[in-house]
Design a protein around this ligand. Structure first.
Ligand code: ADP
Ligand code: X15
Ligand code: MG
Length: 405
């Protein structure tokens, strides 16, 4: 691509602002799957090795109230990053103001600093102001003022136009400072571009997970490219509702039921839905469970696909030559509801002569846990981002990188 890449820049003595995607699972203050942190290491190490100061920004989860903040601090990520780099990482528990500015002033070349979760800026004094996710230009300008160059390496967030990617980039360019892509962003674009320019058919997409309203729109576009679209996980029950099938207390996005109806009408038998579900009486690994065909009983919620659905999906995948998967088939974080996700991951690992691409923070964690990751063609750090890229959209986080020359 004709975009500026980190290794085009002279980083010696420079304050290098870098947006990474460290939106990783954290449980009881400890990082679970660290794939996204590992994937960002080449760019961070490049800055260190070339005498720059690496000043890192990332979001973690979604902040809707002050109560969300303590559990979504990046402090555990700084500890993990420090272990992976084998050197100290300065964690600054704010991302604006004198404490951050002094910490940056005190940095030596080759040092690494991580600022607190950029989405803390979405709620200020208890009010939802969305300074980060609404791309408040003042915030982007402030962050840009802290550095000499900006590197965007957050592929997983490239479909967002937020202050910490597009906002900083826009402000840097206004000041004549360079904006480059990191190695991860470069690698993801190269790989996904090659995979979908001319996908081999049958091309099967699998969509699950919990971000229904974010991702349901992608299905409409994928209908033009894919031969089959398998729906699973939390995405299922908005489609069940569209078909008039009972959903009990399962995850549903009511304002997307009409979209689901349109997709079902347009897609016809291209759309493959689960035929059975593992239902639970509560959202817990201690729940009482029951496998049911079709309709979810009142008072229960569907947290995984059932064995008949696994069989059905494997039949659809059997002859596939290209498979793109985003979004787990169930709440795989709880062992009771992991089997659907694990079975599909395992099956993809057995497909011969097929290009298999799995994307997303959570889906990737699942295939890593299963140990099939090395049998798949490509593991992408982006879920929503890879889907929108495959759809052919221009991702704001890529568009904001300076062109070469
Ligand atoms: N049936 C379901 N009900 C509720 N949540 C679900 C269900 N199936 C999957 N999930 C949740 O979806 C989440 C991942 O969704 P998402 O972020 O869209 O995927 P990815 O990170 O792979 O892009 C997981 O935390 C998982 O627990
Ligand atoms: O985890 C992410 O996306 P994914 O769940 O689609 O893989 C990205 O970090 C984006 O997070 P967001 O969907 O809260 O903006
Ligand atoms: Mg996710």
């Amino acid at each position: 691509m004709s975009k500026l890449i980190i290794d085009d820049l002279d980083l010696k003595d420079k304050k290098v602002l870098m947006r990474v995607d460290f939106n990783v699972p954290i449980k009881d203050g400890v990082v679970g799957d660290d794939n996204r942190i590992v994937a960002a290491l080449p760019s961070i190490e490049y800055v260190i090795d070339h005498g720059g100061k690496a000043i890192l920004f990332s979001h973690l989860g979604r902040i809707k109230s002050e109560d969300d903040k303590p559990g979504l601090s990046l402090r555990p990520v700084a500890e993990k990053l420090s272990k992976l780099l084998g050197k100290p990482v300065t964690f600054v528990p704010v991302n604006e103001g004198p404490q951050l500015e002094e910490a940056i002033d005190n940095m030596q070349d080759g040092q690494v600093l991580l600022a607190e979760n950029t989405r803390y800026q979405d709620v200020i004094n208890g009010e939802q102001v969305k300074r980060e996710s609404g791309n408040d230009p003042k915030l982007g300008e402030y962050w840009a003022s802290l550095g000499d160059v900006f590197v965007n390496d957050a592929f997983g967030t490239a479909h967002r136009s937020h202050a910490s990617n597009v906002g900083i980039a826009t402000a840097m360019e206004k000041e004549g400072k360079p904006v480059a892509a990191g190695f991860l962003l470069e690698k993801e674009i190269q790989f996904l571009g090659n995979a979908v320019d001319n996908p081999k058919h049958p091309f099967v997409a699998i969509l699950g997970g919990a971000k229904v309203s974010d991702k349901i729109g992608v299905i409409d576009h994928l209908l033009d490219k894919a031969d089959k679209i398998i729906i699973g996980g939390g995405m299922t029950y908005t489609f069940y509702a569209a078909k008039g099938i009972g959903i009990g207390n399962s995850l549903v996005e009511k304002d997307k039921i009409d979209v689901a109806k349109e997709i079902l009408k347009k897609g016809g038998d291209k759309i493959v839905l689960p035929v059975d579900s593992v239902c639970a009486d509560q959202f817990s690994n201690d729940a009482k469970t029951q496998v049911v065909d079709g309709s979810i009983p009142d008072g229960m919620m569907a947290l995984d696909i059932g064995p008949k659905s696994i069989q059905l999906f494997e039949d659809v995948l059997k002859d596939a030559k290209t498979v793109v998967w985003n979004g787990p088939m169930g709440v795989f974080e709880m062992p009771k509801f992991a089997e659907g996700t694990l079975a599909i991951g395992r099956y993809l690992g057995t497909l011969k002569d097929a290009t298999t691409i799995v994307g997303g923070g959570d889906s990737t964690a699942a295939v890593k846990e299963l140990g099939v990751a090395d049998k798949l063609t490509h593991i992408s750090t982006g879920g929503g981002a890879s889907l929108e890229y495959l759809e052919g959209k221009t991702l704001p986080g890529i568009a904001c990188v300076s062109n070469k020359d």
